[in-house]
Design a protein around this ligand. Structure first.
Ligand code: RB5
Length: 157
C-alpha cells in the first residue's frame, strides 16, 4: 500500500464516524494518528483540519482523512496549508480520481452527508489508488505555482 501511516481529524459532528473509520483502517493494518476531538461538545473544525494538514505537509504521515458535518469547512482549513491537496468527496469515484489525477494527499467527507458504508468505500478507493503523474503533473505543478506566487503564468498568456 502506498499510504501506510495516516492522520485523522474531525469535529463534534463526526466522532462516531471517525471512530468507525479508524477501527476499519486499524483492522486493515494502517497506522493512524488521531488528532480530532473525541467529544461531542462543539468543536471548531479548522483546528483538526490544520493539525492533519500540518502532519501531512511535514511528512509525519503519508496522508490524511478529515470528517466534519459536510467535509467542506475542514477541507478549506486543510487547503490553507502549503503543499496540501485536500478533496471533499461524497462518492468513491471522485476519491479515486483525486489520487490518480490530482495527487490528493487528504480526503474529506461529511458525517451529515454520507453513511459509514459510503465513507468506507471512499476511503478504500482513495487509499487503493496511485498518482499517475505524466500529463497530470503539469497541472499539479500549476496548483503549486498559484500557491507559491499567487499568480499563474499560463493564465496570462
Ligand atoms: C458544524 O455545525 C458544521 O458547520 C461543520 O461540521 C462543517 O459542516 C463545516 O463545514
Amino acid at each position: 500500500m502506498a499510504f501506510k501511516k495516516l492522520a485523522i481529524g474531525n469535529d463534534h459532528t463526526a466522532v462516531g464516524m471517525k471512530n468507525e473509520i479508524m477501527a476499519y483502517l486499524l483492522e486493515k493494518g494502517y497506522e493512524i494518528i488521531n488528532v480530532g476531538t473525541d467529544s461531542t461538545e462543539s468543536f471548531n473544525y479548522p483546528i483538526s483540519g490544520y493539525k492533519v494538514a500540518r502532519l501531512v505537509a511535514d511528512g509525519e504521515v503519508d496522508g490524511g482523512i478529515l470528517i466534519c458535518g459536510t467535509g467542506v469547512g475542514i477541507s478549506l482549513a486543510a487547503n490553507k496549508v502549503k503543499g496540501i491537496r485536500c478533496v471533499t468527496c461524497s462518492e468513491p469515484y471522485s476519491a479515486r480520481l483525486s489520487r490518480q489525477h490530482n495527487n490528493s494527499n487528504i480526503v474529506a467527507f461529511g458525517a451529515r452527508v454520507i453513511g459509514v458504508e459510503t465513507a468506507k468505500d471512499i476511503v478504500d478507493n482513495w487509499l487503493g489508488a496511485e498518482y499517475e503523474g505524466g500529463r497530470h503533473q503539469a497541472r499539479v505543478d500549476m496548483l503549486a505555482e498559484i500557491e507559491e506566487t499567487q499568480k499563474l503564468a499560463a493564465a496570462e498568456e
